[in-house]
Design a protein around this ligand. Structure first.
Ligand SMILES: Cc1cc2nc3c(=O)[nH]c(=O)nc-3n(C[C@H](O)[C@H](O)[C@H](O)COP(=O)(O)OP(=O)(O)OC[C@H]3O[C@@H](n4cnc5c(N)ncnc54)[C@H](O)[C@@H]3O)c2cc1C
Length: 604
């Protein structure tokens, strides 16, 4: 019989970022016992690094006048290139203003409207004195109105700290430095997780009436990413490992136009939203030539492609880290940069040794956001298993389709936490927890055996770090912004081989206690499965939609590809199985996005 510490609760939430914490608050407020697991202390979750803002159609600022939930809905659907679930986008747009106001009531110091006039991109803006003191907004890509609410450029930080204060106030139990390794399930119902204490290396079991995955994105599969090093897609691959839960649209990977070269730290879209320009090697502002209407503020997929297109034409600035372009915010002035954009000013000074008040910032498109994830219904329930929910970046609730709008993700975490948190509470009140000790022991046994095999193989095995670097390279080179049949086929072949090799990993260190090599080794097979799903989904999708741009199929194809990819990994299989479901069009039929080259649908 296995020995392990056992914890039982009503609701178990894996992941203590904004999404997990907001759902925890909802369930705890309804009288349920909630436990949360996290790799790091909750306030160190990736949500804390979000800079630019959170979208909600408040319409307080002069440039937001006339905004409403219909306009936000339409922007979100166009941004998604009609890949999103419109029921979800509608629910989201309707709830976002409530979410922003609730966060204000909980203490988030949103920037406010200041009456008076100022000049923006050659245009004079007059703020209404009657709106002074209300929550203001900045310009973000792909929106008809200014609606991105912000706290300088540390929005995620203030949101997460505020959220965590509510978690503390409610006395919700958090086990940090604890990693969920697998879901305990019998093929139909999920009853918790097997986890590993990252301090001691000991296995633990958590059982619950409902289990929730809120583990964030998978940016680190790409190596060069704006994501924190803990964003390795853990929650997605433990769901995939069940064999019955599909991942939705894994090929939908967002590249942010302005990762700083070469640390790849994000320079917020707020920098362009506040009036920053993109310049080429001749200091020429090139975006208006490609996108006359939206210029630097077309959606992210479009701006990223335009930058790479311009670089390909020979206008990039050479550097030891590859060609890049410049971001120019000097004309915004020292006062604006050192207040509204102070975090990116510090990042530029500390990591690149330049001062954006006087200097140009070197930038290039960098992996940034995972639109794909655990496929759920509108209530946040995962396909395939009862008692399992997912939300936040780890999920494919699917309000983002093939391109997420800047500012819509922070809003999604809080909105989904409110809505899905309520569904989780309702489900948990009805559900009973029935789990046999044999099932639990079997699941613990599998993890124990994996660990023992890794340790006993030792230096005779494959190096986890070598496999990782290879995977990062394959994805970055072959499954990036521009995609072709040949490169994608090569990626699938390489990932197939790397996945086979990952079955033979050994440990060069001892594998005892807090050994980080063991933690990496336990993740590598899952990470490779995710990478494989991304590449296989991209190879199969013979069209261009949002961030998925096929040079050999440059048009969006609404006749054949108005579909969501569902990637399964059947038990014992050595590759994913792809299925498709129709995208629900309830309100806005597919049309022109109003920006971008692939937005006009192909005839078939
Ligand atoms: C640099 C940057 C800036 C951004 N700026 C903006 C912005 O301005 N506006 C916007 O809308 N969006 C922005 N985004 C996107 C947004 O920040 C994220 O999508 C969002 O914060 C994700 O929140 P989350 O709660 O889903 O996940 P996260 O905040 O990533 O939290 C994941 C949690 O899961 C835990 N975890 C992971 N695996 C396990 C495991 N196996 N066991 C236990 N715990 C686990 C982690 O410890 C963590 O607590 C930005 C993203 C980046 C990379």
């Amino acid at each position: 019989m296995s020995q392990y510490d056992l914890f039982t609760t009503d609701v178990l939430i894996v992941g203590a970022g904004l999404a997990g914490e907001r759902a925890a608050i909802e369930a705890a407020s309804q009288g349920l016992q909630v436990m949360m697991l996290s790799l790091v202390p909750p306030r160190r979750s990736h949500s804390s690094a979000a800079q630019g803002g959170m979208q909600a159609s408040l319409g307080n600022s002069a440039m937001g006048k006339g905004d409403n939930t219909d306009v936000h809905f339409a922007d979100t659907v166009k941004g998604s290139d009609w890949g999103c679930d419109q029921d979800v986008a509608r629910l989201f747009a309707e709830t976002a203003p409530i979410a922003v106001r609730q966060m204000a009531a909980w203490g988030v110091p949103w920037n406010r409207v200041v009456a008076g006039s100022r000049v923006y991109d050659g245009q004079e803006i007059h703020e209404d004195p009657e709106k002074e003191g209300l929550i203001t907004a900045r310009n973000f890509g792909g929106t008809a109105k200014w609606r991105t609410c912000y706290t300088a450029d540390g929005t995620g930080h203030s949101l997460l700290y505020t959220m965590d204060s509510v978690v503390l106030k409610l006395g919700i139990t958090v086990h940090d430095r604890t990693e969920a390794l697998s879901l305990i399930h019998d093929g139909t119902t999920c009853s918790g997780v097997v986890a590993r204490c990252l301090r001691t290396g000991k296995l633990r079991v958590y059982t619950a009436r409902s289990t929730v995955i809120a583990t964030g994105g998978y940016g680190r599969l790409y190596g060069a990413s704006t994501n924190a090093i803990i964003n390795e897609g853990n929650g997605m691959f433990i769901a995939l490992d069940t064999g019955v839960i599909p991942l939705g649209n894994m090929e939908a990977v967002q590249f942010h136009p302005t990762g700083i070269v070469p640390s790849w730290i994000l320079i917020t879209e707020g920098a362009r939203g506040d009036g920053g320009y993109l310049l080429d090697k001749n200091h020429y502002r090139f975006m208006p030539d490609y996108e006359p209407k939206k210029k630097e503020l077309a959606s992210r997929d479009v701006v990223s492609r335009r930058i790479m297109q311009h670089i390909r034409q020979g206008y990039g600035v050479d550097s030891p880290y590859g060609a890049h372009v410049w971001l120019d915010i000097r004309h915004l002035g020292a006062k604006h940069i050192n207040t509204n954009l102070r975090e990116i000013a510090n990042i530029s000074r500390n990591f690149t040794g330049i001062d954006p008040v006087h200097d140009l910032i070197p930038v290039r498109p960098t992996q940034h956001y995972s639109m794909g994830g655990i496929r759920t219904n509108i209530d946040g329930m995962a396909y395939g298993l009862n008692g399992l929910f997912a939300l936040g970046e780890a999920a494919c609730w699917d309000m983002h389709g093939f391109n997420r709008l800047g500012g819509n993700s922070l809003a999604e975490t809080v909105v989904a936490g409110m809505i899905i948190g309520d569904k989780i509470a309702k489900y948990s009140k009805e559900a009973s927890l029935q789990v046999s000790s044999k099932l639990v022991d079997d699941h613990v046994g599998i993890q124990r055996e994996r660990i023992q095999t890794l340790i006993s193989r030792g230096k005779r095995g494959e190096s986890v770090y070598e496999l990782r670097r290879n995977m990062e390279q394959v994805l970055s080179e072959n499954v990036g912004i521009f995609r072709t049949e040949e490169a994608l086929q090569q990626a699938v072949n390489s990932l197939h081989e790397l996945h086979q090799r990952a079955a033979h990993v050994g440990l060069y260190g001892g594998g005892q206690g807090a050994d980080p090599e063991l933690a990496s080794a336990l993740r590598i097979q899952g990470m490779l499965k995710l990478a494989y799903c991304i590449a296989a989904g991209a190879l199969a999708r013979k069209e261009s939609r949002g961030s998925h741009y096929r040079e050999d199929y440059p048009k969006r194809d609404d006749v054949n590809w108005l579909k969501r990819t569902l990637a399964y990994w059947p038990m014992e299989a050595d590759q994913p199985t792809l299925q498709y479901e129709d995208v629900k069009i309830t309100e806005l039929p597919p049309g022109d996005r109003g920006y971008g080259e692939a937005s006009i649908p192909s005839k078939g």
